[in-house]
Ligand binder design. Sequence first.
Ligand SMILES: Nc1ncnc2c1ncn2[C@@H]1O[C@H](COP(=O)(O)OP(=O)(O)OP(=O)(O)O)[C@@H](O)[C@H]1O
Length: 249
Amino acid sequence: MINLQNVSKRFGEYEAIKSVSVSVNHGEIYGIIGASGAGKSTLLRLINLLESPDEGEVIVNEQSLTHLKSKSLRQARQSIAMIFQHYNLLGNKTVYDNVVVPLELSKVVRQEREARVMESLRFVGLDHLKDQYPSQLSGGQKQRVAIARALVNQPQVLLCDEPTSSLDPNTTSEILGVLKNINQSFGVTIVIVSHEMEVIKSICQRVTVMADGEVYETVEIEPSGIQKIDHSPKGFVERLRQGGDRNHA
Ligand SMILES: Nc1ncnc2c1ncn2[C@@H]1O[C@H](COP(=O)(O)OP(=O)(O)OP(=O)(O)O)[C@@H](O)[C@H]1O
């Protein structure tokens, strides 16, 4: 579904991503974990070409995005939605008006927009707050609005950049529940960046551990909680096994 093939990204002289290859299956919930500065967000942003790679190939849904012209890239991006740690809502727009934005951009006809927005808001349980402004909402509610906005164009892929890092543990569980529900109800492939092992453990089937712009290891998380390891399990997997709430990588 998602194939990053030997992708590299430099910021000036600094090599943030060093020839990384990652493959995510259709319908999977895939994690990217690592310490601050490891390159997690950059890797995620390479998937929808918010960052364009200096080398390598980005393939999503069997289409190479790397050399697309801007119009085709815009079209391809409609099936790749994204949510962020700080929600990125427009403060001067209501919940409804935030969620309708992607439909306006993709020129969905006016008659269809309302039904799609309300369906999306119902899915995240916020249809009753459609006329509120972001400043009137809790963090968890804001993230739900961002999720509704991400869903409204019926994406095949949802990229999540630290989606629960600003939330308390209970709200974190709720948001992770919503993400799982999206995956199960619509078969959306989810890639989630987090520095919290608990988050990764509770939702992902596989996780790539990043360190210094490289893949350190890729770990399979089984329902039993026992992790199967591709290679080099030291440290990280031990800490996963030990668990503990909100341990940091
Ligand atoms: N636009 C940019 N310009 C210059 N350097 C950047 C840019 N974006 C990221 N970097 C650098 O690339 C490295 C990787 O950043 P990235 O945000 O991907 O790491 P991360 O693992 O997501 O870290 P964090 O958890 O702190 O967000 C960091 O050293 C960062 O300073």
